[in-house]
Design a binder for this molecule. Structure first.
Ligand SMILES: Cc1cc2nc3c(=O)[nH]c(=O)nc-3n(C[C@H](O)[C@H](O)[C@H](O)COP(=O)(O)O)c2cc1C
Length: 218
């Protein structure tokens, strides 16, 4: 298949960022990265960034085959960055074999990227239950009906209807495989585009019991 010339030139003419971008002062960053992560997430929400809680989670199998998908950020606290999913699908199985992962959040409107690498930990069951029960009933039924990422059978509609009935009859039902995970960070990188087409990068790395902070070449 030939790439249309038109597509190439259109791609090259696209502008990735807005003209007005937030200020970023690397010298004002805290000793530890998580308070700054919380601040950036809050600023993205306040700035009206589209889907500011969408993030890419990259995993790899034990023998190094990579995979990535979008998930919703559920929380940020002293343990790390949180997401929820089933443990029975590809990402859950990949994480069981190899808990090391990477996260990327991209906030176009602010010219910001946040990168995190670390170890993914499974949280207490109560947290997964609370998360599941806070989801919309249709989303709950979808998660109950069939195994995530498996092929849909011909009677998928029927399975979904059965799951919807289950949710209506047992509103506290939580499937066994629903899991709350958090990424315990080992590195956290803040990337900020500047209006003069430059970029600023600051990376934190765990260093003993604390963190080391460095500017990186863009
Ligand atoms: C914006 C957006 C948010 C999503 N949020 C979640 C989520 O929070 N949890 C989840 O399991 N899948 C979520 N998905 C679906 C995943 O991208 C993915 O299709 C699914 O988790 C199966 O991934 P796997 O086959 O790698 O296990 C989301 C997709 C999009 C586009």
């Amino acid at each position: 298949m030939a790439t249309p010339d038109d597509l190439r030139s259109r791609l090259r003419s696209l502008k990735p960022f807005e003209a007005r971008l937030p200020l970023f002062d690397p010298d004002a960053l805290p000793e530890e990265p998580l308070p700054a992560v919380i601040e950036w997430v809050q600023q993205a929400i306040d700035a009206g960034v589209a889907v500011p809680h969408a993030m890419t989670l990259a995993t790899a199998t034990e023998d190094g085959v990579p995979n990535a998908r979008t998930l919703l950020l559920k929380d940020v606290d002293e343990r790390g960055l949180w997401f929820a999913s089933v443990n029975s699908g590809p990402k859950g199985l990949e994480l069981e074999g190899n808990p090391r992962a990477a996260l990327v959040l991209y906030w176009r409107e602010q010219g910001r990227q946040l990168r995190v690498t670390g170890t993914v930990r499974v949280a207490e069951r109560e947290i997964a239950e609370r998360d599941f029960l806070s989801r919309h009933p249709i989303a709950r039924a979808g998660a109950i009906a069939g195994r995530q990422s498996s092929e849909m059978p011909d009677d998928a509609e029927q399975q979904l209807a059965d799951a919807q009935r289950l949710v209506a009859e047992q509103p506290d039902f939580v499937p066994e495989d629903w899991t709350a995970y958090y990424v315990e960070p080992e590195t956290v990188e803040f990337w900020q585009a500047t209006p003069d087409r430059d970029q600023m990068r600051v990376r934190y790395r765990r260093f003993g019991v604390g963190w080391r902070r460095d500017r990186l070449w863009p």
